[in-house]
Design a protein around this ligand. Structure first.
Ligand code: MG
Length: 331
């Protein structure tokens, strides 16, 4: 289902105006679980690969009484790659689990509502300076901005934002810098009220990222460098934290395992998203209490979000209390 964006969303390594996401329903015992895949060409997926993957496992769900928690794992093992497709199944199954247990998903997972200080950032994409100014003004109620850099006018972008607001900034370079440039820019950004920098260098340049990290004092987070749990061991000396997204890792069970695995080498956790409807954003938000930084704004870019769920007031997130993920289809 193509989800139209309010405006073109541009970052250093891609841009889009439509999110061709796949929304799914899984019904069992008169209960319905909702799921969503937000496939990214960057990670080798699109709506066709998602649909083909889902069709290939359809049989698996028909005519059996799924043991739901174990089913989410076995689906993950059954399919190689195709993480967004797996995430859709995982979200729908966990929605069903919650509805069957009559508990909101975070309680099913042994988690609480996010702590009262849990704020999500809202993203300012790469754009002309007048458009950036408009986006910053439109984000007035959000106390933290995530600013996309990695273009030739990074300094002008920050100076433009600083004329409007002094709120804390998180930077995402989306692999847009080389190592000397990264050191210079990160050290400058430190004096500009920046809290952290995400993915300064290309995903596979881990040793160079460690080199950069030794020369800067802001925390460095991995996003493109970390998809699944298997990427974590090699990151520990190069990064201070990782950005976990359901669509990269394959769903809720996989994300929970990543959170655990990242804690032992001392990595902080950001919970992020792609451009997603309230289905996938709300599903991810149920993991908030286990994470340190939230970046759950993907649904805010849609012209027509087909569902409601997560509420965000002045950047503070509130999960639905209803069973499962707690999303409701808009009429
Ligand atoms: Mg990122």
């Amino acid at each position: 289902m193509p989800l139209k964006l309010k405006k073109v969303f541009r970052v250093a390594n891609s841009s889009k105006s439509i999110a061709d996401n796949v929304l799914i329903k899984l019904s069992h015992d008169e209960l319905t679980g909702y799921g969503e895949a937000a496939p990214s060409e960057f990670y080798g997926e699109n709506s066709q690969t998602v649909i083909a993957t889902l069709n290939s496992i359809k049989e698996y769900f028909s005519g059996i009484l799924p043991e739901l928690t174990s089913t989410t794992d076995s689906v993950g093992e059954k399919i190689a790659g195709n993480y967004a497709a797996k995430a859709a199944v995982s979200i729908a199954l966990y929605d069903l689990i919650g509805k069957r247990l009559n508990l909101p998903l975070h309680q099913v997972l042994g988690l609480t509502q996010p702590l009262s200080g849990s704020l999500t950032s809202v993203t300012i994409g790469i754009d002309s300076l007048p458009e950036i100014q408009k986006s910053v003004e439109a984000a007035e109620e959000f106390p933290i901005l995530k600013v996309k850099l990695g273009s030739e006018n990074d300094r002008e972008i920050i100076e433009c934002i600083r004329k409007i607001t002094d709120k804390p900034l998180r930077i995402d370079a989306n692999e847009g810098w080389c190592r000397d440039e990264a050191v210079e820019k990160i050290n400058w950004l430190r004096g500009e009220g920046v809290e952290l920098v995400e993915q300064p260098l290309p995903a596979d340049e881990i040793a160079d990222t460690a080199w950069v990290r030794e020369r800067v004092s802001l925390p460095i987070f991995a996003d493109e460098s970390v998809k699944t749990i298997h990427d974590i061991p090699k990151l520990a000396n190069a990064f201070d934290g990782i950005n976990i997204k359901l669509m990269k890792c394959g769903g809720i069970t996989a994300a929970l395992r990543m959170i655990k695995a990242a804690r032992s080498p001392g990595l902080s956790i950001m919970l992020g998203c792609f451009i997603e409807s309230s289905i996938a954003i709300t599903a991810a938000a149920h993991l908030s209490a286990a994470c340190d930084y939230l970046d759950l704004d993907g649904h805010l870019f849609l012209v027509d979000d087909p569902f409601t769920g997560l509420q965000i007031k002045r950047g503070r997130i509130k999960l639905p209390d209803s069973p499962g993920i707690g999303v409701i289809k808009r009429e």
